[in-house]
Design a binder for this molecule. Structure first.
Ligand code: F6R
Length: 609
Protein backbone atom coordinates (compact mmCIF):
# COMPACT_ATOMS: atom_id res chain seq x y z
CA UNK A 1 0.00 0.00 0.00
CA UNK A 2 1.23 3.58 0.54
CA UNK A 3 4.93 4.14 1.05
CA UNK A 4 6.87 6.68 3.11
CA UNK A 5 10.52 7.72 2.88
CA UNK A 6 12.21 10.62 4.69
CA UNK A 7 15.80 11.83 5.00
CA UNK A 8 17.79 14.36 6.98
CA UNK A 9 21.56 14.69 6.62
CA UNK A 10 24.40 16.11 4.57
CA UNK A 11 23.50 14.37 1.32
CA UNK A 12 20.90 15.33 -1.26
CA UNK A 13 17.62 14.01 0.09
CA UNK A 14 15.86 14.00 -3.30
CA UNK A 15 17.53 11.00 -4.98
CA UNK A 16 17.53 9.08 -1.69
CA UNK A 17 13.78 9.60 -1.31
CA UNK A 18 12.99 8.87 -4.96
CA UNK A 19 15.07 5.69 -4.95
CA UNK A 20 13.46 4.61 -1.67
CA UNK A 21 9.98 5.21 -3.09
CA UNK A 22 10.91 3.15 -6.14
CA UNK A 23 11.78 0.27 -3.87
CA UNK A 24 8.28 0.52 -2.39
CA UNK A 25 6.61 0.90 -5.77
CA UNK A 26 5.63 -2.74 -5.93
CA UNK A 27 3.22 -2.21 -3.05
CA UNK A 28 0.88 -0.42 -5.40
CA UNK A 29 -0.01 3.27 -5.46
CA UNK A 30 -1.79 5.73 -7.67
CA UNK A 31 -0.02 9.04 -7.00
CA UNK A 32 3.23 10.22 -5.50
CA UNK A 33 4.76 13.31 -3.99
CA UNK A 34 7.85 14.77 -2.41
CA UNK A 35 8.36 17.74 -0.11
CA UNK A 36 11.67 19.29 0.86
CA UNK A 37 13.20 22.43 2.26
CA UNK A 38 15.01 24.67 -0.19
CA UNK A 39 16.62 27.87 1.06
CA UNK A 40 14.28 27.98 4.04
CA UNK A 41 11.18 27.43 1.96
CA UNK A 42 9.01 24.32 1.77
CA UNK A 43 8.65 23.03 -1.79
CA UNK A 44 6.22 20.29 -2.72
CA UNK A 45 5.77 18.39 -5.98
CA UNK A 46 2.94 15.91 -6.49
CA UNK A 47 1.69 13.96 -9.43
CA UNK A 48 -0.93 11.36 -10.22
CA UNK A 49 0.16 7.99 -11.57
CA UNK A 50 3.60 6.45 -11.64
CA UNK A 51 6.73 7.78 -9.95
CA UNK A 52 8.11 8.51 -13.40
CA UNK A 53 5.42 11.20 -13.72
CA UNK A 54 6.63 12.80 -10.51
CA UNK A 55 10.23 12.55 -11.63
CA UNK A 56 9.23 14.32 -14.83
CA UNK A 57 8.13 17.47 -12.97
CA UNK A 58 11.07 17.74 -10.56
CA UNK A 59 13.37 20.64 -11.49
CA UNK A 60 16.74 19.55 -12.77
CA UNK A 61 19.46 19.61 -10.12
CA UNK A 62 16.92 19.76 -7.30
CA UNK A 63 18.84 19.43 -4.04
CA UNK A 64 17.90 19.58 -0.37
CA UNK A 65 19.24 18.14 2.86
CA UNK A 66 15.86 17.31 4.32
CA UNK A 67 12.73 15.92 2.77
CA UNK A 68 9.82 13.49 2.85
CA UNK A 69 8.22 11.48 0.06
CA UNK A 70 5.15 9.34 -0.39
CA UNK A 71 3.39 6.96 -2.72
CA UNK A 72 -0.36 7.07 -2.13
CA UNK A 73 -2.99 4.40 -2.64
CA UNK A 74 -6.25 6.34 -2.55
CA UNK A 75 -8.58 5.78 0.40
CA UNK A 76 -10.15 9.13 1.37
CA UNK A 77 -10.60 11.11 -1.81
CA UNK A 78 -9.94 10.16 -5.42
CA UNK A 79 -6.66 9.93 -7.28
CA UNK A 80 -5.82 13.61 -7.75
CA UNK A 81 -2.79 15.80 -7.33
CA UNK A 82 -4.56 17.67 -4.54
CA UNK A 83 -5.13 14.44 -2.61
CA UNK A 84 -1.57 13.17 -3.06
CA UNK A 85 0.86 13.59 -0.16
CA UNK A 86 2.62 15.51 1.29
CA UNK A 87 -0.44 17.29 2.61
CA UNK A 88 0.40 20.80 3.70
CA UNK A 89 -1.35 22.84 6.39
CA UNK A 90 -3.17 26.00 5.25
CA UNK A 91 -0.38 28.21 6.58
CA UNK A 92 2.32 26.21 4.83
CA UNK A 93 4.12 25.45 8.08
CA UNK A 94 3.60 21.72 8.38
CA UNK A 95 3.70 19.04 5.72
CA UNK A 96 2.73 15.45 6.32
CA UNK A 97 2.98 12.07 4.64
CA UNK A 98 0.68 9.45 6.08
CA UNK A 99 -0.18 5.77 5.65
CA UNK A 100 -3.38 4.54 7.29
CA UNK A 101 -6.83 5.96 7.91
CA UNK A 102 -7.97 8.61 10.38
CA UNK A 103 -11.44 7.49 11.46
CA UNK A 104 -12.54 10.74 13.08
CA UNK A 105 -11.15 13.08 10.45
CA UNK A 106 -14.49 14.58 9.44
CA UNK A 107 -15.17 15.74 12.99
CA UNK A 108 -11.63 17.16 13.20
CA UNK A 109 -11.98 18.81 9.82
CA UNK A 110 -15.37 20.33 10.66
CA UNK A 111 -13.99 21.84 13.82
CA UNK A 112 -10.97 23.29 12.01
CA UNK A 113 -13.19 24.72 9.27
CA UNK A 114 -15.26 26.31 12.04
CA UNK A 115 -12.06 27.95 13.24
CA UNK A 116 -11.45 29.38 9.76
CA UNK A 117 -9.01 26.84 8.35
CA UNK A 118 -9.26 26.34 4.58
CA UNK A 119 -8.93 22.81 3.18
CA UNK A 120 -7.78 22.01 -0.33
CA UNK A 121 -8.02 18.21 -0.46
CA UNK A 122 -10.50 15.46 0.36
CA UNK A 123 -7.98 13.55 2.44
CA UNK A 124 -8.13 12.65 6.10
CA UNK A 125 -4.43 13.55 6.35
CA UNK A 126 -4.85 17.26 5.69
CA UNK A 127 -6.65 17.62 9.03
CA UNK A 128 -3.50 16.40 10.79
CA UNK A 129 -1.25 18.94 9.06
CA UNK A 130 -3.67 21.69 10.07
CA UNK A 131 -4.00 20.48 13.63
CA UNK A 132 -0.24 20.38 14.06
CA UNK A 133 -0.07 23.91 12.62
CA UNK A 134 -2.70 25.08 15.07
CA UNK A 135 -0.68 23.75 18.02
CA UNK A 136 2.54 25.26 16.65
CA UNK A 137 0.68 28.56 16.34
CA UNK A 138 -0.22 28.27 20.02
CA UNK A 139 3.49 28.28 20.81
CA UNK A 140 4.15 24.57 21.15
CA UNK A 141 7.41 22.98 20.06
CA UNK A 142 7.06 20.64 17.03
CA UNK A 143 7.28 17.41 19.05
CA UNK A 144 4.58 18.56 21.44
CA UNK A 145 2.42 19.81 18.57
CA UNK A 146 2.63 16.34 17.01
CA UNK A 147 1.77 14.60 20.26
CA UNK A 148 -1.20 16.88 20.92
CA UNK A 149 -2.38 16.30 17.35
CA UNK A 150 -2.15 12.54 17.60
CA UNK A 151 -3.91 12.48 20.96
CA UNK A 152 -7.00 13.83 19.18
CA UNK A 153 -6.87 11.22 16.48
CA UNK A 154 -8.52 7.86 16.31
CA UNK A 155 -7.40 5.61 13.50
CA UNK A 156 -4.23 4.18 12.07
CA UNK A 157 -1.09 5.91 11.01
CA UNK A 158 2.48 5.59 10.03
CA UNK A 159 3.13 9.30 9.70
CA UNK A 160 5.99 11.71 9.14
CA UNK A 161 5.94 15.49 9.66
CA UNK A 162 8.22 18.17 8.21
CA UNK A 163 8.20 21.69 9.68
CA UNK A 164 8.95 24.74 7.54
CA UNK A 165 10.29 26.74 10.48
CA UNK A 166 12.32 23.87 11.92
CA UNK A 167 14.34 22.60 8.96
CA UNK A 168 16.60 20.61 11.27
CA UNK A 169 14.16 17.89 12.25
CA UNK A 170 11.64 15.35 11.06
CA UNK A 171 9.05 13.77 13.34
CA UNK A 172 7.49 10.36 12.82
CA UNK A 173 4.85 8.37 14.67
CA UNK A 174 3.21 5.01 14.43
CA UNK A 175 -0.13 3.53 15.29
CA UNK A 176 -1.14 0.45 13.33
CA UNK A 177 0.93 1.17 10.24
CA UNK A 178 4.66 0.44 10.21
CA UNK A 179 7.45 2.98 10.50
CA UNK A 180 11.14 2.26 10.74
CA UNK A 181 14.00 4.64 11.51
CA UNK A 182 17.34 4.17 9.78
CA UNK A 183 20.34 5.30 11.80
CA UNK A 184 23.24 6.57 9.70
CA UNK A 185 26.47 8.37 10.42
CA UNK A 186 25.44 12.03 10.71
CA UNK A 187 22.27 11.28 8.79
CA UNK A 188 18.90 9.71 9.58
CA UNK A 189 16.26 7.98 7.52
CA UNK A 190 12.66 7.09 8.08
CA UNK A 191 10.46 4.78 6.01
CA UNK A 192 7.39 2.62 6.12
CA UNK A 193 9.49 -0.40 5.14
CA UNK A 194 13.17 -1.14 5.80
CA UNK A 195 13.58 -2.13 2.16
CA UNK A 196 13.42 1.55 1.22
CA UNK A 197 16.49 2.50 3.24
CA UNK A 198 18.56 -0.67 3.65
CA UNK A 199 20.95 0.43 0.88
CA UNK A 200 21.99 3.35 3.09
CA UNK A 201 22.04 1.82 6.55
CA UNK A 202 21.53 -1.54 8.24
CA UNK A 203 21.00 0.00 11.68
CA UNK A 204 17.30 0.34 12.24
CA UNK A 205 14.76 1.03 14.95
CA UNK A 206 11.25 -0.31 14.50
CA UNK A 207 8.67 1.97 16.09
CA UNK A 208 5.87 0.34 18.03
CA UNK A 209 2.31 1.59 18.21
CA UNK A 210 1.87 4.74 20.27
CA UNK A 211 5.46 5.90 19.77
CA UNK A 212 6.82 9.06 18.22
CA UNK A 213 10.35 9.78 17.05
CA UNK A 214 12.20 13.03 16.54
CA UNK A 215 15.00 12.75 14.00
CA UNK A 216 17.86 15.20 13.68
CA UNK A 217 21.03 14.67 11.65
CA UNK A 218 22.83 13.34 14.71
CA UNK A 219 20.31 11.01 16.22
CA UNK A 220 16.81 10.20 17.28
CA UNK A 221 14.63 10.39 20.36
CA UNK A 222 11.60 8.18 20.91
CA UNK A 223 8.73 9.02 23.24
CA UNK A 224 5.19 7.92 23.77
CA UNK A 225 2.21 10.22 23.40
CA UNK A 226 2.41 11.17 27.08
CA UNK A 227 5.94 12.42 26.47
CA UNK A 228 7.60 9.61 28.41
CA UNK A 229 10.95 8.56 26.96
CA UNK A 230 10.89 5.11 25.34
CA UNK A 231 14.21 3.29 25.10
CA UNK A 232 14.52 1.58 21.76
CA UNK A 233 17.03 -0.98 20.61
CA UNK A 234 18.93 -0.26 17.43
CA UNK A 235 18.72 -3.51 15.46
CA UNK A 236 20.99 -4.72 12.72
CA UNK A 237 19.26 -5.83 9.53
CA UNK A 238 20.76 -9.24 8.89
CA UNK A 239 18.96 -10.13 5.70
CA UNK A 240 20.59 -9.82 2.34
CA UNK A 241 19.27 -7.08 0.11
CA UNK A 242 18.16 -9.14 -2.77
CA UNK A 243 18.27 -7.92 -6.28
CA UNK A 244 14.88 -6.67 -7.08
CA UNK A 245 15.43 -6.26 -10.82
CA UNK A 246 13.43 -8.18 -13.41
CA UNK A 247 16.37 -10.36 -14.35
CA UNK A 248 15.56 -10.34 -18.06
CA UNK A 249 11.85 -11.15 -17.59
CA UNK A 250 9.21 -8.88 -19.05
CA UNK A 251 7.74 -8.18 -15.66
CA UNK A 252 8.02 -9.19 -12.02
CA UNK A 253 5.08 -11.57 -12.02
CA UNK A 254 6.57 -13.78 -14.70
CA UNK A 255 9.96 -13.69 -12.98
CA UNK A 256 8.38 -14.66 -9.68
CA UNK A 257 6.38 -17.50 -11.24
CA UNK A 258 9.60 -18.87 -12.73
CA UNK A 259 11.51 -18.39 -9.47
CA UNK A 260 9.26 -20.82 -7.61
CA UNK A 261 11.45 -23.93 -7.79
CA UNK A 262 14.35 -22.08 -6.14
CA UNK A 263 12.07 -20.27 -3.72
CA UNK A 264 10.39 -23.40 -2.33
CA UNK A 265 13.84 -25.01 -2.21
CA UNK A 266 14.86 -22.16 0.12
CA UNK A 267 11.74 -22.76 2.23
CA UNK A 268 12.68 -26.37 2.99
CA UNK A 269 16.48 -25.92 2.71
CA UNK A 270 18.17 -26.88 5.97
CA UNK A 271 14.82 -27.74 7.53
CA UNK A 272 14.34 -31.35 6.48
CA UNK A 273 15.80 -34.13 8.61
CA UNK A 274 15.86 -37.15 6.24
CA UNK A 275 17.28 -39.43 8.90
CA UNK A 276 14.25 -39.02 11.16
CA UNK A 277 11.80 -38.34 8.34
CA UNK A 278 10.81 -35.01 9.84
CA UNK A 279 11.31 -31.26 9.68
CA UNK A 280 13.02 -28.96 12.15
CA UNK A 281 11.46 -25.58 12.64
CA UNK A 282 13.34 -23.90 15.46
CA UNK A 283 11.49 -20.62 14.92
CA UNK A 284 8.30 -22.15 16.29
CA UNK A 285 9.90 -22.11 19.74
CA UNK A 286 8.01 -25.27 20.64
CA UNK A 287 9.45 -27.89 22.93
CA UNK A 288 8.71 -31.48 21.95
CA UNK A 289 6.43 -31.84 24.93
CA UNK A 290 4.40 -28.81 23.83
CA UNK A 291 3.04 -30.88 20.95
CA UNK A 292 1.09 -33.11 23.37
CA UNK A 293 -0.95 -30.10 24.47
CA UNK A 294 -1.95 -28.91 21.01
CA UNK A 295 -5.46 -30.17 20.35
CA UNK A 296 -6.29 -28.07 17.32
CA UNK A 297 -4.86 -25.56 14.90
CA UNK A 298 -6.48 -22.43 13.59
CA UNK A 299 -5.01 -20.52 10.65
CA UNK A 300 -5.96 -16.96 9.81
CA UNK A 301 -5.04 -14.88 6.78
CA UNK A 302 -6.43 -12.87 3.88
CA UNK A 303 -6.60 -13.42 0.12
CA UNK A 304 -3.96 -15.67 -1.37
CA UNK A 305 -2.43 -16.27 2.05
CA UNK A 306 -5.83 -17.50 3.23
CA UNK A 307 -5.93 -19.97 0.35
CA UNK A 308 -2.52 -21.24 1.49
CA UNK A 309 -3.92 -21.47 5.03
CA UNK A 310 -6.88 -23.54 3.77
CA UNK A 311 -4.45 -26.01 2.25
CA UNK A 312 -2.39 -25.85 5.45
CA UNK A 313 -5.44 -26.90 7.46
CA UNK A 314 -6.03 -29.78 5.02
CA UNK A 315 -2.42 -30.93 5.46
CA UNK A 316 -2.52 -30.72 9.24
CA UNK A 317 -5.70 -32.75 9.40
CA UNK A 318 -4.88 -35.32 6.74
CA UNK A 319 -1.19 -35.90 7.48
CA UNK A 320 -0.86 -34.99 11.15
CA UNK A 321 -4.47 -35.78 12.18
CA UNK A 322 -4.75 -32.53 14.12
CA UNK A 323 -8.17 -30.89 13.79
CA UNK A 324 -7.46 -27.71 11.87
CA UNK A 325 -9.37 -24.97 10.12
CA UNK A 326 -8.57 -21.81 8.23
CA UNK A 327 -10.44 -18.54 8.59
CA UNK A 328 -10.51 -15.24 6.78
CA UNK A 329 -8.94 -13.00 9.41
CA UNK A 330 -11.42 -10.15 8.99
CA UNK A 331 -14.33 -12.57 9.44
CA UNK A 332 -12.86 -14.14 12.54
CA UNK A 333 -12.61 -10.71 14.11
CA UNK A 334 -16.28 -10.05 13.32
CA UNK A 335 -17.16 -12.95 15.59
CA UNK A 336 -15.20 -11.97 18.69
CA UNK A 337 -12.93 -15.03 18.44
CA UNK A 338 -13.07 -17.72 21.07
CA UNK A 339 -9.45 -18.33 22.02
CA UNK A 340 -8.55 -21.66 23.51
CA UNK A 341 -5.51 -22.79 25.41
CA UNK A 342 -5.07 -26.02 23.47
CA UNK A 343 -5.34 -24.33 20.09
CA UNK A 344 -2.22 -23.23 18.25
CA UNK A 345 -2.88 -20.25 15.99
CA UNK A 346 -1.08 -19.39 12.77
CA UNK A 347 -1.18 -16.11 10.86
CA UNK A 348 -0.08 -16.33 7.23
CA UNK A 349 1.15 -13.22 5.46
CA UNK A 350 3.60 -12.34 2.73
CA UNK A 351 4.00 -8.75 3.89
CA UNK A 352 3.55 -9.33 7.60
CA UNK A 353 1.65 -6.03 7.67
CA UNK A 354 -1.88 -6.81 6.44
CA UNK A 355 -4.13 -4.93 8.85
CA UNK A 356 -6.89 -7.54 9.13
CA UNK A 357 -4.44 -10.33 9.85
CA UNK A 358 -2.31 -8.26 12.21
CA UNK A 359 -5.30 -7.10 14.25
CA UNK A 360 -6.48 -10.70 14.52
CA UNK A 361 -3.03 -11.75 15.71
CA UNK A 362 -3.21 -9.08 18.41
CA UNK A 363 -6.75 -10.02 19.44
CA UNK A 364 -5.78 -13.67 19.83
CA UNK A 365 -2.59 -12.86 21.74
CA UNK A 366 -4.43 -10.40 23.98
CA UNK A 367 -6.73 -13.25 24.92
CA UNK A 368 -3.77 -15.42 25.81
CA UNK A 369 -3.56 -17.45 22.59
CA UNK A 370 -0.25 -18.61 21.19
CA UNK A 371 0.24 -17.28 17.64
CA UNK A 372 2.81 -18.39 15.08
CA UNK A 373 3.62 -16.42 11.95
CA UNK A 374 4.11 -17.90 8.49
CA UNK A 375 5.62 -14.73 7.08
CA UNK A 376 7.85 -13.64 4.23
CA UNK A 377 8.99 -10.16 5.22
CA UNK A 378 11.74 -10.40 7.80
CA UNK A 379 11.31 -7.88 10.62
CA UNK A 380 7.69 -7.14 9.65
CA UNK A 381 5.19 -6.35 12.38
CA UNK A 382 3.64 -9.84 12.38
CA UNK A 383 7.08 -11.44 12.50
CA UNK A 384 7.94 -9.31 15.51
CA UNK A 385 4.66 -9.65 17.34
CA UNK A 386 4.04 -13.37 17.00
CA UNK A 387 5.21 -15.97 19.53
CA UNK A 388 7.31 -17.73 16.93
CA UNK A 389 6.98 -18.89 13.39
CA UNK A 390 8.39 -19.89 10.08
CA UNK A 391 9.95 -17.47 7.65
CA UNK A 392 8.99 -18.70 4.21
CA UNK A 393 12.12 -17.27 2.48
CA UNK A 394 10.36 -16.50 -0.79
CA UNK A 395 12.57 -13.44 -1.31
CA UNK A 396 11.10 -10.06 -2.26
CA UNK A 397 7.79 -10.41 -4.05
CA UNK A 398 7.36 -7.32 -6.17
CA UNK A 399 4.36 -8.09 -8.37
CA UNK A 400 1.12 -7.19 -6.66
CA UNK A 401 -0.36 -10.60 -7.42
CA UNK A 402 1.16 -13.15 -5.10
CA UNK A 403 2.67 -16.25 -6.69
CA UNK A 404 5.93 -17.45 -5.17
CA UNK A 405 4.87 -16.41 -1.67
CA UNK A 406 1.86 -18.71 -2.08
CA UNK A 407 3.91 -21.77 -3.00
CA UNK A 408 6.43 -21.00 -0.24
CA UNK A 409 3.56 -20.72 2.24
CA UNK A 410 2.35 -24.12 1.00
CA UNK A 411 5.80 -25.58 1.43
CA UNK A 412 5.97 -24.14 4.95
CA UNK A 413 2.70 -25.85 5.83
CA UNK A 414 4.00 -29.10 4.41
CA UNK A 415 6.95 -28.83 6.78
CA UNK A 416 4.73 -27.90 9.71
CA UNK A 417 2.38 -30.82 8.94
CA UNK A 418 5.32 -33.21 8.63
CA UNK A 419 6.72 -32.10 11.97
CA UNK A 420 3.34 -32.43 13.69
CA UNK A 421 2.68 -35.76 12.00
CA UNK A 422 5.98 -37.22 13.17
CA UNK A 423 5.23 -36.08 16.71
CA UNK A 424 2.00 -38.12 16.42
CA UNK A 425 1.11 -41.03 14.16
CA UNK A 426 3.29 -40.84 11.08
CA UNK A 427 5.86 -43.63 11.01
CA UNK A 428 9.55 -43.11 10.35
CA UNK A 429 9.25 -44.84 6.97
CA UNK A 430 6.29 -42.68 5.94
CA UNK A 431 8.07 -39.57 7.16
CA UNK A 432 11.16 -40.43 5.13
CA UNK A 433 9.05 -41.05 2.02
CA UNK A 434 7.41 -37.66 2.45
CA UNK A 435 10.79 -35.96 2.89
CA UNK A 436 11.95 -37.50 -0.39
CA UNK A 437 8.86 -36.32 -2.21
CA UNK A 438 9.26 -32.82 -0.83
CA UNK A 439 12.83 -32.76 -2.10
CA UNK A 440 11.61 -33.65 -5.59
CA UNK A 441 9.15 -30.77 -5.79
CA UNK A 442 11.50 -28.08 -7.24
CA UNK A 443 12.37 -30.33 -10.19
CA UNK A 444 8.74 -31.17 -10.77
CA UNK A 445 7.88 -27.47 -10.68
CA UNK A 446 10.47 -26.87 -13.40
CA UNK A 447 8.75 -29.48 -15.54
CA UNK A 448 5.46 -27.64 -15.15
CA UNK A 449 7.14 -24.36 -16.06
CA UNK A 450 8.53 -25.99 -19.21
CA UNK A 451 4.96 -25.96 -20.51
CA UNK A 452 4.65 -22.19 -20.38
CA UNK A 453 4.38 -21.92 -24.16
CA UNK A 454 1.55 -24.41 -24.35
CA UNK A 455 -0.26 -22.54 -21.57
CA UNK A 456 0.27 -19.26 -23.47
CA UNK A 457 -1.41 -20.91 -26.46
CA UNK A 458 -4.40 -21.90 -24.32
CA UNK A 459 -4.54 -18.37 -22.96
CA UNK A 460 -4.76 -16.92 -26.47
CA UNK A 461 -7.60 -19.31 -27.24
CA UNK A 462 -9.76 -18.28 -24.27
CA UNK A 463 -8.67 -14.68 -23.75
CA UNK A 464 -12.01 -13.21 -24.86
CA UNK A 465 -14.18 -15.26 -22.52
CA UNK A 466 -16.32 -13.07 -20.26
CA UNK A 467 -16.12 -15.39 -17.28
CA UNK A 468 -14.32 -18.52 -16.07
CA UNK A 469 -15.05 -21.22 -13.53
CA UNK A 470 -12.30 -23.04 -11.61
CA UNK A 471 -13.08 -26.33 -9.91
CA UNK A 472 -11.04 -28.49 -7.56
CA UNK A 473 -11.47 -30.89 -4.66
CA UNK A 474 -9.67 -31.57 -1.40
CA UNK A 475 -6.36 -29.67 -1.29
CA UNK A 476 -7.02 -28.47 -4.83
CA UNK A 477 -10.26 -26.71 -3.94
CA UNK A 478 -8.29 -23.75 -2.51
CA UNK A 479 -6.09 -23.94 -5.63
CA UNK A 480 -9.25 -23.39 -7.71
CA UNK A 481 -10.01 -20.34 -5.56
CA UNK A 482 -6.45 -19.12 -6.05
CA UNK A 483 -6.54 -19.65 -9.83
CA UNK A 484 -9.77 -17.65 -10.06
CA UNK A 485 -8.35 -14.90 -7.84
CA UNK A 486 -5.28 -14.57 -10.07
CA UNK A 487 -7.44 -14.17 -13.17
CA UNK A 488 -9.69 -11.61 -11.48
CA UNK A 489 -6.92 -9.47 -10.15
CA UNK A 490 -4.61 -9.26 -13.15
CA UNK A 491 -6.89 -9.87 -16.16
CA UNK A 492 -10.04 -8.26 -14.67
CA UNK A 493 -12.14 -11.19 -15.88
CA UNK A 494 -14.95 -12.38 -13.67
CA UNK A 495 -13.99 -15.80 -12.42
CA UNK A 496 -15.21 -18.00 -9.67
CA UNK A 497 -13.36 -20.79 -7.91
CA UNK A 498 -15.43 -23.46 -6.25
CA UNK A 499 -15.48 -26.92 -4.86
CA UNK A 500 -15.96 -29.45 -7.66
CA UNK A 501 -18.43 -31.18 -5.37
CA UNK A 502 -20.50 -28.08 -4.75
CA UNK A 503 -20.84 -26.93 -8.34
CA UNK A 504 -23.92 -28.99 -9.05
CA UNK A 505 -25.74 -27.35 -6.13
CA UNK A 506 -26.43 -24.23 -8.14
CA UNK A 507 -23.42 -22.80 -9.96
CA UNK A 508 -23.68 -25.40 -12.75
CA UNK A 509 -26.47 -23.19 -14.12
CA UNK A 510 -23.68 -20.87 -15.26
CA UNK A 511 -22.07 -23.51 -17.46
CA UNK A 512 -22.41 -23.00 -21.21
CA UNK A 513 -20.24 -22.94 -24.31
CA UNK A 514 -19.23 -19.42 -23.35
CA UNK A 515 -17.74 -20.31 -19.98
CA UNK A 516 -14.39 -22.07 -19.90
CA UNK A 517 -14.16 -24.36 -16.89
CA UNK A 518 -10.69 -25.01 -15.48
CA UNK A 519 -10.63 -28.29 -13.56
CA UNK A 520 -7.93 -29.82 -11.42
CA UNK A 521 -7.91 -33.61 -11.52
CA UNK A 522 -5.04 -35.30 -9.71
CA UNK A 523 -4.32 -38.84 -8.66
CA UNK A 524 -5.70 -39.62 -5.23
CA UNK A 525 -8.88 -40.19 -3.29
CA UNK A 526 -10.83 -37.55 -5.19
CA UNK A 527 -10.02 -38.43 -8.79
CA UNK A 528 -13.08 -40.45 -9.75
CA UNK A 529 -15.48 -37.95 -8.26
CA UNK A 530 -13.69 -35.13 -10.05
CA UNK A 531 -14.00 -36.98 -13.35
CA UNK A 532 -17.74 -37.51 -12.75
CA UNK A 533 -18.04 -33.75 -12.21
CA UNK A 534 -16.19 -33.22 -15.47
CA UNK A 535 -18.77 -35.39 -17.27
CA UNK A 536 -21.55 -33.23 -15.83
CA UNK A 537 -19.87 -30.06 -17.09
CA UNK A 538 -19.30 -31.69 -20.47
CA UNK A 539 -22.95 -32.72 -20.72
CA UNK A 540 -23.83 -29.03 -20.38
CA UNK A 541 -21.45 -28.06 -23.17
CA UNK A 542 -18.86 -26.49 -20.84
CA UNK A 543 -15.41 -26.13 -22.42
CA UNK A 544 -13.04 -27.89 -20.09
CA UNK A 545 -9.37 -27.12 -19.49
CA UNK A 546 -7.85 -29.77 -17.24
CA UNK A 547 -4.74 -29.67 -15.12
CA UNK A 548 -3.92 -33.29 -14.41
CA UNK A 549 -1.23 -35.76 -13.50
CA UNK A 550 -3.11 -38.85 -14.74
CA UNK A 551 -3.33 -40.37 -18.15
CA UNK A 552 -7.01 -41.23 -18.19
CA UNK A 553 -8.98 -41.77 -21.36
CA UNK A 554 -12.13 -40.34 -19.69
CA UNK A 555 -10.31 -37.00 -19.30
CA UNK A 556 -8.75 -36.83 -22.74
CA UNK A 557 -12.07 -37.65 -24.36
CA UNK A 558 -13.99 -34.71 -22.91
CA UNK A 559 -11.43 -32.05 -22.08
CA UNK A 560 -10.75 -29.48 -24.75
CA UNK A 561 -7.28 -28.71 -23.42
CA UNK A 562 -5.12 -30.77 -21.11
CA UNK A 563 -2.17 -29.42 -19.12
CA UNK A 564 -0.09 -32.29 -17.81
CA UNK A 565 1.88 -32.02 -14.62
CA UNK A 566 4.22 -34.54 -12.95
CA UNK A 567 2.82 -37.03 -10.49
CA UNK A 568 3.12 -36.42 -6.79
CA UNK A 569 1.05 -37.34 -3.76
CA UNK A 570 -2.22 -35.43 -3.49
CA UNK A 571 -1.15 -33.46 -0.41
CA UNK A 572 1.81 -32.00 -2.33
CA UNK A 573 -0.06 -31.55 -5.60
CA UNK A 574 -1.17 -27.91 -4.99
CA UNK A 575 2.51 -26.92 -5.28
CA UNK A 576 2.31 -28.06 -8.92
CA UNK A 577 -1.34 -27.55 -9.91
CA UNK A 578 -1.28 -23.86 -9.06
CA UNK A 579 1.52 -23.05 -11.52
CA UNK A 580 -0.52 -23.60 -14.72
CA UNK A 581 -3.27 -21.47 -13.20
CA UNK A 582 -0.81 -18.66 -12.43
CA UNK A 583 0.54 -18.87 -15.97
CA UNK A 584 -2.91 -19.00 -17.54
CA UNK A 585 -3.97 -15.82 -15.71
CA UNK A 586 -0.65 -14.20 -16.57
CA UNK A 587 -0.81 -14.91 -20.30
CA UNK A 588 -4.48 -13.92 -20.57
CA UNK A 589 -3.65 -10.62 -18.81
CA UNK A 590 -0.73 -10.03 -21.18
CA UNK A 591 -2.97 -10.76 -24.18
CA UNK A 592 -5.45 -8.21 -22.86
CA UNK A 593 -2.62 -5.71 -22.34
CA UNK A 594 -3.17 -5.33 -18.62
CA UNK A 595 -0.56 -3.87 -16.31
CA UNK A 596 0.31 -7.29 -14.89
CA UNK A 597 2.59 -6.15 -12.08
CA UNK A 598 0.40 -3.31 -10.95
CA UNK A 599 -3.23 -4.20 -11.57
CA UNK A 600 -5.80 -1.44 -11.20
CA UNK A 601 -7.28 -0.71 -7.77
CA UNK A 602 -4.87 -3.04 -5.96
CA UNK A 603 -2.04 -2.57 -3.52
CA UNK A 604 0.63 -5.03 -2.52
CA UNK A 605 -0.04 -4.87 1.13
CA UNK A 606 -3.35 -3.79 2.55
CA UNK A 607 -2.59 -1.95 5.74
CA UNK A 608 -6.12 -0.68 6.31
CA UNK A 609 -9.05 -2.71 7.64
C1 F6R B 1 -3.45 -11.76 -4.17
C2 F6R B 1 -2.79 -11.13 -3.04
C3 F6R B 1 -3.61 -10.81 -1.84
C4 F6R B 1 -2.78 -11.06 -0.57
C5 F6R B 1 -3.55 -10.58 0.67
C6 F6R B 1 -2.78 -10.87 1.94
O1 F6R B 1 -2.54 -12.03 -5.19
O2 F6R B 1 -1.63 -10.85 -3.08
O3 F6R B 1 -4.80 -11.51 -1.82
O4 F6R B 1 -2.51 -12.42 -0.47
O5 F6R B 1 -3.77 -9.20 0.57
O6 F6R B 1 -1.54 -10.25 1.92
P1 F6R B 1 -0.38 -10.70 2.87
O7 F6R B 1 0.03 -12.06 2.45
O8 F6R B 1 0.71 -9.70 2.67
O9 F6R B 1 -0.93 -10.68 4.27
Amino acid sequence: MCGIVGYIGPKNAVPIIMEGLKRLEYRGYDSAGIGCMIKGKLKVWKKEGQLANLEGILPEGLASNIGIGHTRWATHGGVTEANAHPQVGSRGKVSVVHNGIIDNYSALKKKLIGEGVAFTSETDTEALANLAEKFLGAGMAPDRAVRETLKLVSGTYGIVFLFTEHPDLIIGARNGSPLVVGVGDGEMFVASDANAIVRHTRQVVYLDDGETVVLTRDGFRTRDLRDAVVDKQVEEIDWVVEETGKNGYENYMLKEIFEQPEAVGRTFGGRLVPEFGTAKLGGLNLERRDFFDIRRVEIVAMGTAYHAGMIGSFLLESIARVPARAEIASELRCRNPIVEKETLYFVVSQSGETADTLLTLREIRNKGGRVMGVVNMVGSTMARESDGGVYIHAGPEMAVASTKAFTCQLMSFNLIALLFARMRDLSLAEGRALVREIQEIPDKMRRVLDQAEEIARIARKYKNAQSFLYLGRGPNYPVALEGALKLKEIAYIFSEGMSAGDVKHGPIALVSEETPVVMIAVKGDNLDKTISGMMEINARKGRIIVVTNVDDERITRIAEDVIRIPETRESLSPLLTVIPLQLLAYYIAVELQRDVDRPRNLAKSVTVE
